[in-house]
Design a protein around this ligand. Structure first.
Ligand code: NAD
Ligand code: DAU
Length: 357
C-alpha cells in the first residue's frame, strides 16, 4: 500500500530548531498537512528542540540532526529525500559572536549555503520546474543608515560586521547560482525580529531576563542605535507568502516600519515590566548600565517593505506595543525554557561578553 505521505511535497527547512526557524516550521507543519516538513539542524547552542514540542509528533514533521558544513552529508540527504523545496535559515546569527569568532561564520553561513546550493543543483539535475531554493537573509547586508534614508531592494550591499559580511557573501552565492545555473532562488532580507523562543544573547530576551532577575542592563555606547523591529510570527507569515507567491530570482525586503532607538526601547521594556512584575515605576530603569560600544556598531537600520506589500499583499499583523507585551508575557510564563537555555555554557559566554566591558 502506498502511504499517504509518499506523494507529499517534501520541504527542507534548515535551522528549524532556532528562533525564527521554529516559528517557520510550526507555521508550515500546521498550515500545510499535505507537505512533509524536514527540519535539518545541527543543534548548536542556539538550536533547541524544546522550541518545537507542540509539533514534534505531527505525522508530516521530521527532525534530522546534521551540519550544513558537511557537504557529503548534505548531498546524501538530498539524494535520499528528493526535496521539492528548501527554506534555508540555518546560520550563525549573533553579531557579537562574529566579532569574537569570525571563522565559524564563514563555515556555516558561506560554505554551508554553498553546500546546499550544490546539492539542490545536483539533485534537481537542471529540471527546475516546481522547485524552489529560498534563502533567508538580513537587512544588515545593506550596512548602516544615517538619520535619513531607508533600505530598498536596490540598496547597494555594504556589510560591516563579520556576521553581515558572511550573510552578504551567501546572498551573492545564491544569486550567482541563479544567474549561472538557472537555479530557482528567492531571497528575503528582514529587519530585527522579536518574540518567543529567541536565545537570550539578543537584546530583547537578554534584557527581559535581566530585568526579571534585577541584573544590570548593558547598553552598548549611548544607546542611540536604531533598529526596525518585527514580530517573529509576522516574519514567518512573510516567508510563507514569499515561498508560495514570490517571483523566482527576486529579492523581497521584510520589515515592520517600526524603528526604535535602543534606549527608548529599553526604557519602554522597563516600564512595561515594572507594571507586570508589580514593581514601583522607575525601578527597573535603575538597572541601565552604559558599557563599551560594540566594535563597528551600525547606527541605524530601516527597511522599506513596500514591494512585499504591493506585490504579495503582506504586511505586519501586530503593532509593536501589543507584540512586546505578549513577548514579555511569554518569557515570564516560560521560566523553565529560559532556565534550560541559560544553563550549561551560557554563563561562560555571558561573563566573557560582559564582565570588564
Ligand atoms: P538562531 O541563531 O536562533 O538559529 C539558528 C539555527 O541554525 C539554530 O537552530 C542552529 O542550531 C542552526 N545551525 C547553526 N549552524 C548550523 C549548521 N552548521 N548546520 C545546521 N544547523 C545549524 O537564528 P535566527 O535568529 O533564528 O535566524 C535565522 C535566520 O534568519 C538566519 O539566517 C539569520 O541570518 C536570519 N535573520 C535573523 C534575524 C533576527 O532578527 N534574528 C533577522 C533577519 C534575518
Ligand atoms: O537586523 C537583523 C539582524 O538583527 C539579524 O540579522 C541578526 O541575526 C540579529 O541578531 C539582529 O542583529 P542586531 O545586532 O541588530 O541584534 P542584537 O539583539 O544583538 O542588538 C540589537 C541592538 O541592541 C544593537 O544596536 C546592539 C544593542 N545591544 C545588544 C546587546 C546584545 C546592546 O546595547 N546591548 C546588548 O547587550
Amino acid at each position: 500500500m502506498v502511504s499517504k505521505y509518499e506523494n507529499m511535497k517534501t520541504i527542507l527547512i534548515t535551522g528549524g530548531a532556532g528562533f525564527i526557524g521554529s516559528h517557520v516550521v510550526r507555521l508550515f507543519v500546521n498550515k500545510y498537512p499535505d507537505y512533509k516538513i524536514v527540519n535539518l539542524d545541527k543543534l548548536t547552542y542556539a538550536g533547541n528542540l524544546a522550541n518545537l514540542k507542540d509539533v514534534e509528533n505531527k505525522p508530516n514533521y521530521e527532525f534530522v540532526k546534521g551540519d550544513i558544513v558537511d557537504g557529503d552529508f548534505i548531498l546524501q540527504l538530498f539524494e535520499e529525500r528528493q526535496f521539492d523545496g528548501v527554506i534555508h535559515l540555518a546560520a550563525e546569527s549573533h553579531v557579537d559572536r562574529s566579532i569574537s569568532n569570525p571563522t565559524e561564520f564563514v563555515y556555516t553561513n558561506v560554505i554551508g549555503t554553498v553546500n546546499l546550493l550544490n546539492a539542490a543543483k545536483h539533485i534537481w539535475k537542471d529540471d527546475f520546474s516546481d522547485k524552489k531554493f529560498y534563502h533567508i537573509s538580513t537587512d544588515e547586508v545593506y550596512g548602516s543608515l544615517g538619520e535619513e534614508g531607508i533600505f530598498t531592494e536596490e540598496t547597494r550591499y555594504d556589510p560591516h560586521s563579520p556576521y553581515s559580511a558572511s550573510k552578504a557573501s551567501s546572498d551573492h552565492f545564491v544569486r550567482a547560482y541563479h544567474d549561472t545555473f538557472g537555479l530557482p532562488v528567492i531571497i528575503s532580507n528582514c529587519s530585527n525580529n522579536y518574540g518567543s523562543y529567541q536565545f537570550p544573547e539578543k537584546l530583547i530576551p537578554l534584557f527581559i531576563n535581566n530585568i526579571r532577575n534585577k541584573k544590570p542592563l548593558p547598553v552598548y555606547g549611548k544607546g542611540e542605535n536604531v533598529r526596525d523591529w518585527l514580530w517573529v510570527v509576522d516574519h514567518a507569515r512573510a516567508i510563507d507568502v514569499i515561498y508560495h507567491k514570490g517571483k523566482t530570482g527576486d529579492t523581497y525586503n521584510i520589515g515592520g516600519f517600526n524603528e526604535w532607538k535602543n534606549i527608548d526601547l529599553i526604557r519602554t521594556m522597563c516600564r512595561v515590566m515594572d507594571k507586570k512584575l508589580g514593581r514601583e515605576e522607575g525601578e527597573s530603569e535603575k538597572l541601565i548600565t552604559y558599557v563599551k560600544d560594540r566594535a563597528g556598531h551600525d547606527l541605524r537600520y530601516a527597511i522599506d517593505a513596500t514591494k512585499i506589500k504591493n506585490e504579495l499583499g503582506w504586511e505586519p499583523s501586530v503593532q509593536f506595543e501589543e507584540g512586546i507585551s505578549k513577548t514579555i508575557d511569554w518569557y515570564l510564563d516560560n521560566e523553565e525554557w529560559m532556565k534550560n537555555v541559560t544553563s550549561g555554557d551560557y554563563q561562560k559566554y555571558y561573563d566573557k561578553q560582559y564582565l570588564n566591558r
